[in-house]
Design a protein around this ligand. Structure first.
Ligand code: MSP
Length: 643
């Protein structure tokens, strides 16, 4: 029976358009799946969308549409993109689907029943763009997020916690016993060092927003987005349901690989195996964390602009150009940079000159010297031929080793070593000289045969990557299917060639100047396009006028009975009106200091209960450089309107 191979991408946040950075992971997994399929594995490829969380809720609110409508739209767009890129995924999971939600709820309740999860209070700082909580000591200057540098919000809320620490030893032991669990090695070392610092209990539920999966036994809580998201890798296989055939087959099969970017390493290398251990599900996966694609100007972000999108590349160039560039330019374990120059060079030098031209010359020469037909010749083999044959053998071995260890850029480098060797073979054998000597006809035919066989091998190795060019190459060399498969990778296994009468270039050469301009404009253009999007966040004077802001005077003030940080003030709004406001300023003001203060009040905010006490508005305050909250005060009188 065929061995199984289950591969997954992270599930993407529907928070913006996917750029070539996110696309890289999906293309990489697609390539690995195709390779494994070629090697006879029974494969299953999962990708999808991570659709819950405050960030998504906020994006949908900004667009003024229900969150589900927003995520439906992006999921559709994403699927269209993957179709255009011919991504061969077998399943596309969305965390808003019932099949996923049920499993997450079941997992959560089980962990709760077992005592791995308990109810407590969360105090910390939340970074919305990163969907992450930090303790005060983890923050950068001015309470900014250590990962993205943006401002964080201080929160205190009831929360469920996962006892990660309970599994710390077991996880370290597991990593030690499975040295290839996390690759590359440097990432593994980061993880081990992190675990050794000690794992704190992890907050795994939220009460501050709704857009998530509800905790069944306490529905005011939604499940933390990472517990929700990570479960997709097994919920999609039917784990925990009657329909668990795929789970039994692929999760418990021979190879399970999660490919992720380095930014989400910790979630996958720590939380996920611990969740599985707690659930008593075998930790069968291997984790590969790759580096980032950057732009010359720095990091790519879905919301920052100045990036390049896969659609743009598809519009101007082809699918193979995009796939080849992405896979070739990101070094194993490191980061890569997309520059218009490197992109155009890769197409012109690697694809058009080295590879495309080799096919072109070979087909032309076989036509010119032998009317398109040649057959196996070995009577005249010499050192140059043997050297080419040896290179073919060596490259097959190293390609295989690299692909098996997910080093696709290195595998490609090896194939290009063979391409260069084959080009050099033409220079060394000089067919145009041999052609002039009627005595050398058999030598010339041997040379042509070596070229065709080398190209056939190159084609088989590049099949998982160049989805259009390789079938085209097989067609131009007129190779029947049985000689285009991995099993036929033996020099001499195809004995005769009858090639097409006229070659067509696989990759047209690009005019460097024209293409550089086009790409640079596209990157800039998209910056502008993004700025328009950004400008949608701006408000008009009419929007501002919706805020009803007046001057108020504090009549009385007391501490909130259940929260140290909150004060409850009774405020005179003039014209006989009063209101009650709860504000988080107890660290900076004593109740007695508040009485008599003139303050600025937003009086038409929707009332909310804060720790059980009604708050009917908001006091405006600023933060000074000592990060003290200072109330904005005024010489105006209660009831005066601020415009
Ligand atoms: N939703 C989470 C993943 C949950 S998986 C259980 C998430 N989503 S994401 O949309 O923000 O990112 C998805 C993937 O894209 C991550 O692997 C991330 O590392 C990767 N990349 C984001 N920017 C990237 C580059 N510039 N370059 C390469 N990969 C990048 O994280």
């Amino acid at each position: 029976m065929a061995k199984s191979f289950y591969i997954t991408t992270p599930i993407y946040y529907p928070s913006g358009k996917l750029h070539i950075g996110n696309t890289y992971t999906t293309v990489l997994c697609d390539t690995l799946k195709r390779y494994k399929q070629e090697r006879g594995f029974d494969t299953y490829y999962l990708t999808g969308m991570d659709e819950h969380g405050k960030k998504i809720e906020t994006v949908a609110n900004e667009r003024n549409i229900p969150a589900i409508e927003h995520v439906n739209e992006i999921a559709e767009e994403t699927k269209n993109l993957w179709d255009k890129l011919r991504i061969s995924y077998d399943d596309f999971i969305r965390t808003t689907e019932k099949r996923h939600k049920t499993v997450v709820q079941k997992i959560f309740e089980q962990l709760l029943d077992q005592g791995d999860i308990y109810l407590g209070t969360y105090k910390g700082y939340y970074c919305m763009p990163c969907e992450s909580f930090y303790t005060e000591t983890q923050l950068e200057e001015n309470h900014t997020c250590p990962d993205c540098g943006r401002e964080t919000t201080q929160l205190e809320e009831e929360s469920y916690f996962f006892k990660l620490g309970k599994y710390q030893k077991k996880l370290l032991q597991f990593i030690e016993n499975n040295p290839d669990f996390i690759t590359p090695e440097t990432r593994k070392n980061e993880v081990v060092a992190f675990i050794k610092q000690g794992l704190n209990d992890l907050s795994v539920s939220r009460t501050t927003f709704d857009w998530g999966i509800k905790v069944v036994s306490n529905p005011k809580h939604v499940v933390y987005v990472w517990i929700d998201a990570l479960s997709n890798y097994i919920s999609a296989l039917g784990y925990g349901t009657d329909q668990n055939r795929l789970f039994e087959k692929y999760w418990k099969g021979e190879e399970v690989v999660h490919v992720v970017g380095k930014d989400i390493l910790r979630f996958h290398a720590i939380y996920w195996p611990i969740m599985l251990m707690a659930l008593d599900v075998p930790v069968t996966f291997k984790l590969h964390a790759h580096g980032f694609y950057m732009m010359r100007e720095g990091k790519m972000s879905k919301s920052k602009g100045g990036v390049i999108y896969p659609d743009t590349i598809l519009k101007y160039y082809g699918l193979d150009e995009l796939r080849y560039f992405l896979l070739r330019e990101l070094p194993y374990g490191g980061d890569g940079v997309f520059t218009p120059e490197s992109f155009v060079d890769r197409i012109n030098f690697d694809l058009a000159n080295d590879f495309g031209n080799l096919l072109n010359r070979t087909v032309s020469m076989i036509n010119k010297y032998f009317d398109g037909k040649i057959s196996y010749q070995d009577e005249t083999l010499d050192d140059i031929d043997k050297d080419l044959q040896n290179t073919i053998e060596e490259v097959i071995v190293s390609y295989k080793e690299n692909m098996n260890t997910l080093k696709v850029a290195q595998a490609l480098q090896e194939v290009w070593r063979l391409i260069s060797r084959t080009n050099k073979y033409i220079d060394e054998t000089m067919p145009w000289v041999l052609a002039k000597d009627p005595e050398k006809q058999d030598v010339l035919e041997k040379v042509m045969y070596h070229l065709a066989e080398s190209l056939r091998h190159i084609g088989i190795l590049l099949k998982p990557i160049l989805l259009n060019a390789i079938p085209e190459l097989f067609e131009q060399l007129n190779i029947e299917d049985k000689h285009t498969v991995w099993e036929s990778l033996t020099f001499g296994s195809k004995r005769q060639y009858a090639v097409v009468s006229k070659p067509t270039p696989l990759f047209p050469r690009l005019d460097t100047e024209v293409e550089l301009k086009k790409l640079k404009d596209a990157i800039k253009g998209e910056t502008e396009e993004k700025s328009v999007e950004e400008s949608e966040k701006m408000i008009t004077i009419e929007d501002f006028a919706k805020c009803d802001i007046v001057v108020g005077q504090v009549k009385s003030c007391e501490k909130h009975p259940d929260a140290d940080k909150l004060l409850v003030s009774q405020i005179d709004l003039g014209h006989g009106k009063t209101c009650q406001i709860v504000s988080g300023i107890a660290k900076h003001y004593k109740p007695a200091d508040m009485v008599g203060k003139k303050v600025i009040v937003v009086q038409n905010l929707k009332p909310v209960k804060l720790r059980g006490i009604l708050s009917e508005g908001m006091l405006l305050a600023g933060t000074n450089k000592n990060t003290q909250e200072v109330l904005v005060s005024t010489k105006l009188n209660p009831g005066d309107k601020i415009k």
